[in-house]
Design a binder for this molecule. Sequence first.
Ligand SMILES: [Zn+2]
Length: 184
Amino acid sequence: MGRRGTVQDKKDNLIRNLKETTLSFEKLGERYGVSRQAIWDFFKRQGIKRPSKPRGHNTDKCRLCQKLIKISNKPHSEFISIHTIVKRMGRSRAECRYHVRRLIEQGLVGQRFGRFRSETVEKAYEIYFTEKLSIRAIGRRVGLRNFLSIIRRHRELGWNVPPSLYDKWRRSRIQSEMHRRKKR
Ligand SMILES: [Zn+2]
């Protein structure tokens, strides 16, 4: 299974690269260790439609890129799902991803921007960042049982998940309570 699996993986990856990037056949050939012609033959055989390369694409002048940068500058933008980004942009997903990728390559948006997929988890984080609700209560509201373990996993993976507003609020309440007791 192993060997065939890796060949299939390579094919799948190549198909994805052809569909989602504007890398040249030559570049893809280098990446996969085959000739430019071989990539071209594969592309023809598979009948893949490639995204069009915006001619003279200039990030400074590209309205899409500028809009994406604006979205990415909002706090916790790495937790905005790709669905929401697509909705806000009013463009196809492939098109949005193309520009997001260019921006990531140029370091103009964070590495994680546009990678988030789940709309439910997105909703949960939105509440997490804005309301004084326990993680459990948030999970119940959006219908997520394992929100806490999702947060833990994200933290392990290096996502920036600050302490919850609920915890901060509870801690400050405990502190003021202790303060009051000392005074007595
Ligand atoms: Zn652009």
